[in-house]
Design a protein around this ligand. Structure first.
Ligand SMILES: C[S@@+](CC[C@H](N)C(=O)[O-])C[C@H]1O[C@@H](n2cnc3c(N)ncnc32)[C@H](O)[C@@H]1O
Length: 276
């Protein structure tokens, strides 16, 4: 799998994913629950930002968390060890060549991964084969087209557009959130439903101003400054003005909005014809 990962693997990016996970735990995970004894595959766990929450909230479930980055897995393992979690196993693997038998898991969890894949539909089909009949999948993705803010700024929109364009050039799709429903349906899942999770931030919510507007979204845009400029898709002064404008939305009279899309689906259960 040669897909470039647009955000990179440097410590600042890991910190950003932790900030993002910490800020969004309630919004994204409050309705994720796995019964005791169930097996869950977390595909593309990265540095474990979601793993810690999942494993802590579902102590009776057994998680297998995979990623193709050995460095990220090391960090994820350190994080779950530090949290005293013993219900997670990590494995280095590619989503498109997973070392598990068909029907190995009760549930699959995928968060902020499809956006980086050039073949997200195929990935979902692969993951479906690993589910037991009647098993479920949960997919969480963002959509950078859903970002709007006050004060509005053409430069900020252009800077965000750079991130979208770089991700497109790397084979991904930064606006995949709106496609979660059709992707799950096309992959053959049943009972598909998507719930949009809007993050609304104004200065009456200081934790979100810092954790989301500044340290998650704006930090992510800022993180592609060098590659955006090097690729010639933006002038440095426009990009910098855009980032300043995004930080400006974190001031007392600023507002920032973004929507995540959380989708769920099921693999068809056993019928009378194929039971036993
Ligand atoms: C944005 S990170 C998300 C990590 C984590 N799910 C989270 O929410 O913090 C995307 C992760 O997907 C992994 N990834 C991308 N393509 C992959 C593939 N084909 N197989 C396994 N991991 C992959 C990357 O290495 C990266 O760690």
């Amino acid at each position: 799998m040669s897909n470039a990962y647009v955000h990179g693997y440097h410590p600042r990016e890991s910190e950003r994913l932790q900030d993002q996970a910490g800020t969004l735990v309630e919004l994204l995970h409050s309705d994720t629950s796995y019964p005791a004894g169930s097996t869950v595959l977390e595909a593309g766990c990265g540095t474990g930002a979601q793993t810690v929450t999942l494993a802590r909230n579902n102590p009776g479930a057994r998680f297998t968390s995979i990623d193709f980055s050995a460095d990220s897995l090391k960090e994820a393992k350190a994080r779950t060890d530090a949290a005293g979690l013993a219900n997670v196993q990590f494995r280095q693997a590619d989503i498109f060549a997973l070392p598990f038998d068909p029907g190995s898991f009760d549930h699959v969890f995928v968060c902020f991964v499809l956006e980086h894949l050039s073949r997200p539909a195929e990935a979902l089909k692969v993951l479906k084969t690993l589910l037991k009949p009647g098993g479920s999948i949960t997919v969480i993705e963002g959509d950078h087209g859903s970002a709007y803010f006050h004060p509005d700024s053409a430069a900020a929109r252009e800077a965000i557009g750079c991130l979208v364009e770089l991700q497109r050039r790397a084979g991904g799709n930064a606006m995949i959130g709106r496609e979660v429903y059709p992707l799950l349906v096309d992959a053959g899942f049943e009972a598909v439903h998507v719930s949009p999770r809007m993050v609304y931030v104004d200065s009456s919510r200081p934790r979100l101003v810092d954790g989301f507007t500044r340290k998650t979204f704006t930090a992510m845009v800022e993180g592609v400054r060098e590659s955006a400029i090097a690729s010639g898709i933006v002038q440095p002064e426009v990009f910098d003005a855009g980032v300043r404008a995004l930080y400006r939305t974190a001031q007392a009279d600023g507002v920032f909005c973004y929507t995540f899309f959380k989708g769920a689906g099921e693999k068809a259960g056993l019928t009378g014809n194929n039971v036993g």
